[in-house]
Design a protein. Structure first.
Length: 400
């Protein structure tokens, strides 16, 4: 189960929304957008991004079923109608105005709302293959200001998301490495007697960032105990004493894409360091905080628009390649937080170069399931739209 989710889970942290504008939590501090006029090259790149986003939106709309779902045609585990549709719907919200994409977005939103049945019960596994990101990304979709008609369903998804945290209510204690985080368990990860395997009984940084974003942007107070516990988990994923970067999970060494160091510690790598920086900011760490500064310095030293950076051993190069679009998406967020227009320009150029003739993106490496064009295209749309906002100073985001 893990390889399927690891690539999809992050897009939900694409942002999110509160129940209304007055209830939204203030976003983490970000660098001011450019105030100087755009150069001709920047204007040209922004126009190319808009064209690419329009083509990509039409591609996603072409993959929609009559019931509003946008399922995978590549992986059976993502064909249930609820696991992948929220990801694609968030991406559709970021493309330029287009009649087909706008209609697909509205139908997709209404399909996401069916995660909550007529009686108010939230659909669960096995009907929903991957509840963690269905609930979290679904909450981001339904919490948007233009989707207030689905407010009751939004609240129920947030409540269901809380049940998946590795916390005291599921039998976990603060001394456990995974305490406070979220993982990929198909049902509440009760520590004893749940029948779940060890992979499910472990938290990871990607899933935790997703859950934190959905809860905070859904109106959860920053001092909520669930978020305080989550911050502790996030900080356990940082190599603060060495290079300042982040890794996937202290409980799942085999799942760390860059592998382990010779001293037994886990190697930092790009996508996790960008995720970690964003999680620290979202959970209340200031930009000048030593942990945030260390993560930003790691990204400064290692940024690469063409591949997920880090010291990957030769045997793990396939993991580097297979997580490219996830990295591009998270790196674009980091560029926005840190005020890095050169990063955004480089990411946009690389993504534009990789777009297919049909408007989609696909990764030839399949381990992280980015060979599914719904997954890769949704990540690429978000990365391009975020990069455009950094380049031009014009806000365009899925975080309302």
């Amino acid at each position: 189960m893990q390889p399927v989710i690891a690539v999809v889970v992050a897009l939900a942290c694409l942002g999110g929304c509160g129940r209304d504008s007055a209830q939204q939590q203030a976003p983490p501090q970000q660098q001011a957008p450019p105030t100087v006029p755009l150069s001709p090259q920047q204007q040209q790149q922004a126009a190319a991004i808009d064209q690419a986003l329009g083509r990509a939106g039409r591609f996603l709309a072409s993959r929609q079923r009559e019931d509003g779902a946008i399922p995978s045609r590549t992986y059976a585990a993502l064909k249930d109608g609820w696991s992948l549709t929220p990801l694609a719907v968030l991406a559709l919200r970021m493309v330029p105005p287009d009649e087909a994409a706008a209609a697909a977005y509205r139908r997709g939103v209404d399909h996401v709302a069916t995660l909550v049945g007529p009686g108010g019960a939230v659909r669960a596994a096995p009907e929903v293959s991957y509840p963690l990101y269905a609930y979290a990304i679904g909450a981001l979709v339904l919490g948007a200001p233009d989707n207030r008609r689905h407010r009751p369903a939004h609240g129920r998804l947030l409540a269901a998301l809380r049940t998946l945290q590795l916390a005291e209510h599921t039998g976990w204690r603060p001394g456990a490495p995974s305490f406070g985080g979220w993982g990929y368990a198909p049902r509440p990860p009760v520590r004893e007697g749940s029948g779940l395997d060890e992979g499910d009984l472990a938290a990871n940084l990607s899933a935790t960032l997703l859950a934190v974003g959905a809860l905070l942007l859904g109106g959860t107070p920053p001092d909520d105990p669930a978020l305080a516990a989550a911050r502790g988990f996030v900080e356990r994923c940082q190599n603060l004493a060495t290079d300042g970067g982040f890794f996937f999970s202290p409980s799942l060494p085999d799942s760390n894409k860059a592998g382990a160091r010779e001293d037994g510690g886990l190697r930092s790598y790009g996508s996790m360091t960008a995720d970690g920086l964003r999680a620290l900011l979202r959970l209340g760490r200031a930009p000048a905080d030593p942990r945030v500064a260390a993560a930003a310095a790691w990204l400064d030293r290692n940024f690469d628009a063409a591949r997920n950076p880090g010291e990957f051993p030769p045997v793990a190069e396939v993991r580097r390649e297979s997580s490219y679009y996830y990295w591009a998406w998270s790196a674009a967020h980091a560029a926005r937080h840190l005020g890095k227009p050169r990063w955004a320009e480089a990411l946009a150029a690389e993504l534009l170069r990789r777009q297919g003739a049909d408007g989609s993106w696909r990764n030839p490496a399949s381990e992280m399931r980015e060979d599914d064009p719904i997954i890769a295209t949704s990540f690429a749309i978000a990365a391009l739209a975020l990069s455009r906002s950094v380049i031009t100073g014009e806000p365009r985001s899925h975080a309302y």
